[in-house]
Design a protein around this ligand. Structure first.
Ligand SMILES: Nc1nc2c(c(=O)[nH]1)N[C@@H](CN(C=O)c1ccc(C(=O)N[C@@H](CCC(=O)O)C(=O)O)cc1)CN2
Ligand SMILES: NCC(=O)N[C@@H]1O[C@H](COP(=O)([O-])[O-])[C@@H](O)[C@H]1O
Length: 215
């Protein structure tokens, strides 16, 4: 009698990602698919959501990835919440933290204790249109070129060194929703590229510039 599908042993040589979400998790799903396709040499050690109803948790469960719900509302302070995040990331052995639609501003308390660099994906060509609803900001402003950014997370919101970007042409008949959908495709593509660059040991930051020797 078999005991179900064989669960491959954990390869300690494979870098571990910790992914933080708050919602549907399409960027998380893109990371999981990239790993499964062999396009990203890593594994997701834990998916943490600050919201129990986050749809992205199901992507993790389907992929057999450990999940945790750490609700910010249940903590007395932002620091206590962030300490819980750090503890779960350390427990999972995460060495790179990926924010994927994680809708909490992280304080220096977290960033000083995180077990590795923190990345975020943002749906605009930063520094243009920081903050929330960036796609709608760009559409309303009338830009002809929008896009997506993956950046290192620093205490200042959406202002960290840029690791990867992609442009998206804005069409005359675009709506905010149609533009956001095309930007999302590029987010999915560049997040894998950005994680690969950060996993490469030959990067450093010069001023605001993310410099990666090998890519
Ligand atoms: N220190 C940083 N934290 C975060 C960054 C960052 O660059 N530096 N990126 C954000 C992602 N983000 C936009 O890309 C973003 C997320 C959340 C907010 C925000 O106003 N959050 C509120 C609460 C909102 C809610 O819970 O619904 C808050 O934290 O008080 C703005 C922008 C992730 N974190
Ligand atoms: N300011 C942060 C921000 O706007 N992040 C955006 O939230 C969405 C999450 O989608 P997902 O849950 O399907 O990955 C993504 O479009 C991401 O760029």
């Amino acid at each position: 009698m078999t005991n179900g599908p064989a669960i491959p042993p954990i390869d300690s040589a494979v870098p571990v990602l910790g992914v933080l979400i708050s919602g549907r998790g399409s960027n998380l799903h893109a990371i999981i698919r990239a790993i499964g396709d062999g396009r990203l040499a890593a594994r997701v050690g834990v998916v943490i959501s600050n919201r129990p109803d986050a749809g992205g948790l199901e992507h993790a469960r389907t992929a057999g990835i450990p999940t945790a719900v750490i609700e910010h509302k249940r903590f007395e302070s932002r620091a206590a919440f962030e300490q819980a995040l750090v503890a779960r990331l350390v427990e999972a052995g995460a060495s790179v933290i990926c924010l994927a639609g994680f809708m909490r501003i992280l304080s220096p308390f977290f960033l000083e204790r995180a077990p590795g660099p923190v990345l975020n994906v943002h749906p605009s060509l930063l520094p243009a249109f920081p903050g929330v609803d960036a796609q709608h900001q760009a559409w309303t402003h009338g830009v002809k070129v929008a896009g997506a950014t993956v950046h290192l997370v620093t205490p200042e919101l959406d202002a960290g060194p840029i690791v990867a970007q992609a442009t998206v042409a804005v069409l005359d008949d675009d709506t905010p929703a149609s533009l956001a959908a095309r930007i999302l495709v590029e987010e999915h593509r560049i997040y894998t590229e950005a994680i690969t660059r950060v996993l490469d040991a030959t990067w450093h930051v010069e001023g605001r510039r993310f410099v990666c020797r090998s890519r």
